[in-house]
Design a protein around this ligand. Structure first.
Ligand SMILES: *Cc1c(COP(=O)(O)O)cnc(C)c1O
Length: 449
């Protein structure tokens, strides 16, 4: 970097070094020496007082911004007089109300009665959903999509293409199908959707499939927006072959795409919908919503002591309350359009990094910027690593997914002016990387995905 590497340690580097000596198991997802002491709205603030614009929102877990006053108020009240810490052997109004509201907001199948599992993370919500599907159908096979992401432990991990790409053992009864990626179609682009559906159908026709699990936008797989009709056709096929359709809304659900649920862009009623990340407003909270006949069974239950934790549930209720009037869904559309337009303008310019932009895509405030070698579609993950490191030094947080795609998922509360600043800094960062201001040595300490 152009910054002087011999400069004396700041409080920021000191915390990062102490983290390196003490914290286990996260090294693979570090992209730059990010340290924050506090946060406020769209900003994280380092111990030395530097304000950094957060375009990740902690991978969307702070989807409504850091320290949203209404969430703080709800959490503070719940924590000051908590009705215990667990839902296991006794209930409390926070969990019951949250479940009722989720049932209201998220249509699924379930003719007689529907239910909500309230967990800690997308990982356990998806595990529960798949256990429920297997138990309800008496079948074992799961169809998931290549390069998908559904969680970091257990079955959720073992069906995640991203983990399997990285060498994890796949679930024994797993079939991975290519996701219909319009930018990098696995087959003739004119027949991409039809051929993908034919492949799914061929596997479903074997009759042993319990569930198809799908992300409405494949996020960690590269922010891939599938062609229109994909979810509708998955719904038709899963119904025909009596498999459950599990829609994983953990990352792009809850208004990020401009719709309360990303799958609402099509007229689809899933069997099970899973939520997480933004649902907790910064606290651990997830949900699986679907037919009680599947979810409300011993086989699907997850006996973890603090599931339905009242403080997390109070945060979840505040999040739903904030989203209720639809204003942030609209804002996601407007700010997303502003961001996308500014980035397209940059890509069409003669600035140093412009020729490295292969594609800009997304929906609302779930945006991917794909970096490639100029004039080709060859992914350039090294350039992406350099660009996000430069971004950190310039004052933004954005992480790469699938190696070469910079994912932009800021808090939905991001303002017009903050988007202007963000695109200025992001394009500057891509220019820096393209101009060679960031070296291979600079990025060597960060292994990324
Ligand atoms: C992050 C993510 C998960 C896993 O959620 P965790 O809270 O990290 O366990 C599942 N599905 C999708 C689509 C995600 O982005």
């Amino acid at each position: 970097m152009t910054a002087d590497p011999t400069a004396t340690a700041t409080p920021d580097t000191d915390w990062y070094d102490r983290d390196t000596r003490t914290i286990a198991g996260v090294e693979k997802l570090r992209f730059f020496p990010q340290v924050a002491a506090t946060g406020h709205g769209t900003y994280l603030i380092t111990p030395s007082g530097r304000q950094v614009l957060d375009l990740s929102a902690s991978w969307t877990a702070s989807g409504l911004g850091h320290g949203h006053p209404r969430i703080v108020e709800a959490v503070t009240a719940a924590m000051a007089a908590p009705p215990g810490a667990s839902l296991l052997s006794g209930t409390h109004p926070h969990a019951v109300r949250l479940a009722e509201e989720l049932l209201d907001l998220v249509p699924t199948t379930g003719r007689h009665r529907r239910g909500v599992y309230l967990g800690h993370a997308g990982t356990d919500a998806n595990d529960v959903a798949l256990r429920a599907a297997r138990n309800a159908t008496g079948r074992r096979r799961i169809i998931a999509f290549e390069h998908g992401y559904h969680g970091g432990l257990g079955t959720s991990m073992a069906i995640s293409g991203v983990h399997i790409d990285a060498g994890a053992s796949p679930e024994p009864d797993l079939t991975l199908v290519p996701y219909p990626d319009p930018y990098r179609p696995w087959i003739d682009p004119d027949t991409l959707l039809a051929d993908t559906m034919a492949l799914v159908q061929r596997h479903l026709a074997d009759g042993d499939v319990a569930a198809v699990i799908v992300e409405p936008i494949q996020s960690d797989g590269g922010v891939i927006v599938p062609p229109a009709g994909f979810l509708t056709r998955l719904r038709v096929l899963t119904r025909k072959y009596a498999a459950l359709l599990v829609v994983d809304e953990v990352k792009v659900g809850l208004s990020r795409t401009g719709h309360l649920m990303a799958h609402h862009i099509e007229d689809v009623v899933p069997d099970i919908v899973t939520l997480g990340k933004a649902l907790g407003g910064g606290l651990p909270l997830s949900a699986a919503i679907g037919p009680a006949s599947a979810l409300d069974t011993p086989a699907a239950s997850a006996l973890m002591t603090t599931i339905g934790n009242p403080v997390s549930c109070a945060a979840g209720l505040a999040v739903l309350d904030i989203l209720r009037d639809g204003a942030l869904a609209h804002a996601a559309q407007d700010r997303g359009a502003q961001l996308t337009e500014a980035l397209r303008h940059y890509a069409a310019s003669d600035r140093p990094g412009a020729a490295h932009i292969g594609d800009i895509r997304g929906r609302g405030l779930a945006i991917g910027v794909e970096l490639v070698e100029p004039g080709t579609k060859t992914p350039d993950p090294v350039l992406a690593a350099k660009a996000v490191l430069a971004g950190w030094h310039l004052g933004i947080i954005a992480y790469p997914v699938r190696g070469n795609v910079i994912e932009i998922t800021p808090p939905l509360t991001i303002t017009h002016d903050e988007v202007t600043t963000a695109t200025h800094l992001l394009t500057e960062a891509i220019d820096w990387a393209a101009l060679g201001h960031v070296t291979d040595d600079d990025i060597a300490p960060y292994s990324g995905w």
